[in-house]
Each structure stands twice: as structure tokens, then as C-alpha cells.
Design a protein around this ligand. Sequence first.
Ligand SMILES: NC(=O)c1ccc[n+]([C@@H]2O[C@H](COP(=O)([O-])OP(=O)(O)OC[C@H]3O[C@@H](n4cnc5c(N)ncnc54)[C@H](O)[C@@H]3O)[C@@H](O)[C@H]2O)c1
Length: 245
Amino acid sequence: MAGGASGIGAATARRLAEEGARVLIGDLNGDGAEGLAAALRGEGHEAAAHRFDIADDASCRELVAAAVTRFGGVDGLFNVAADLSEGTLGRDTDLVDVPLEVWQRSLEVNLTGYFLTARHAVPAMLAGGGGAIVNTISGLVLHGDPQRVAYGSSKSGVVALSKHIATRWGKQGIRCNIVAPGLVLTESSLEMNPPEYREKVSAMLRSPRFGRPEDIAAAVAFLLSADGEWINGQLLPVNGGTGLR
Ligand SMILES: NC(=O)c1ccc[n+]([C@@H]2O[C@H](COP(=O)([O-])OP(=O)(O)OC[C@H]3O[C@@H](n4cnc5c(N)ncnc54)[C@H](O)[C@@H]3O)[C@@H](O)[C@H]2O)c1
């Protein structure tokens, strides 16, 4: 797990552990990751935590090395971390207005970070005969948005990165798919999306409710599992039908 201390990542770590996976929860929020790993271990699952920074190459290398050391290899990678902070996403406006450092930070964490974790995970997966990667984007990539130019652009880049991995190593048993959540009511999402925004999204929904972290966790667990073995390079929106007319 690259991101997993909270929200969608935490729900996915739990889901994977409950399905019998041995999960290494990597996150910048080391205490949060350790708290979740300890809770999962307390319930009889196999889980460990590793504090890491997805924006740092050496740190991403260490995350993968920690998984290999602890569990003997890497079969799956879920990239879900993103800089959703007030200082970054909170200042991410439009093309003309957005501060350059917000653009750069968004790309560094949300796109280059996924490049780095995957770059270190792929050789480890190849050593074990293959593996599966799921990268997280956002419905914003599908629908466009007049704001959040940096966030949207970073997430769009993840689509090309994922298709590259799928086409480059598919024959060697590596799959890479993309999950595009709609509005999921995590703590970060509630902080960053005020009620007016949620109302706007609600009007675009074709479901009686907003998303839950568990909705995305279920899709990711499927894509990482053997049931998803013939799904490669695909983008799966999990969004309650958002955008359907
Ligand atoms: N919640 C939504 O409505 C929604 C919608 C579309 C897409 N997404 C995407 O889903 C993902 C998870 O979102 P969430 O709502 O669960 O938010 P979240 O804040 O709970 O999860 C993000 C995680 O990334 C970690 N993180 C941040 N910077 C990091 C870094 N430099 N290194 C390592 N870890 C770092 C955070 O500590 C946190 O645990 C994000 O990629 C987000 O863009 C969320």
C-alpha cells in the first residue's frame, strides 16, 4: 500500500487483510499506518506499517524493500496517496492563477510518486513471476473541472503511466489498472469539498448515496485478485454512475 493510513487506503488495507493478504501499509502518516496495522494484527490478520514519503525516491525504494524483507516478495501495489492538504489542493485553482509550487508539488506526489513506487515494485514483481498494480485517479479526469488544474493534470498523467506499465510488462504477468473514485466521504474529502460542492456532485450522481471507502476497496481488491487476471490497462470508474445523463 502506498498510502493507507486513512480513508480509501485504510479501507482497502483492511479489505485485503480480511481476504488473507499480507499487507504492508506505507504512508507519510506513520502513526496512522502503525495504528491500523496493529488493529489488523489484533484481529488475527497479517499487517505491518512503514512510514515513507512517496515524493522521495529512496523512500519508495525502501518501502518496496521492506515488503520484500517482511513478506518475501511483492504481488500487489495499491497507489492511493495524494497531497490533499490545504496548502496544495486547497490552493489549486485554475491555469492562470495556480501558484507554480502547487503545480509542482501536485505532480511530485500524485504522479511522480506513483512512478517511483511502481518503478521499484515492478522488478520485485518480475522476480516473483508477476503482480498487479492499481493506481488511483479521480473522476475529475473523466469530467473536467474549472478548478484544481494541478490535481487533475497529475491524475491524468497516472492514466498514461498505468497504460505504459500494462503494455510494457503485460506479457510478463504484470497488470496495471486504474481506479477512478467518485465523491467518497472520507475525512479529507469532507474537509476539501464544502457542502455546496457536494450538492453539485450529488446532482450528477445516479446512486442514492455518496461513495464509501469500502466501495473503492472492493473494486481494488477485485482488480488485485486472481479474478482480475485478464483485466489489464483499464480504467474503472467507481462513482455511483456520476455523469450519466
Ligand atoms: N475521497 C474522494 O472523494 C476521492 C475522489 C477521487 C479520488 N480520490 C483519490 O483517492 C485517494 C485517497 O483519498 P482519500 O479521500 O482516502 O484521502 P486520505 O487523505 O485519507 O488519503 C491520502 C493518504 O495519502 C497519504 N499521503 C499524503 N502525502 C503522502 C506522501 N508524500 N507520502 C506518502 N503518503 C502520503 C496521507 O497520509 C493519507 O493517508 C487520493 O489519491 C485521492 O486523490 C479521492
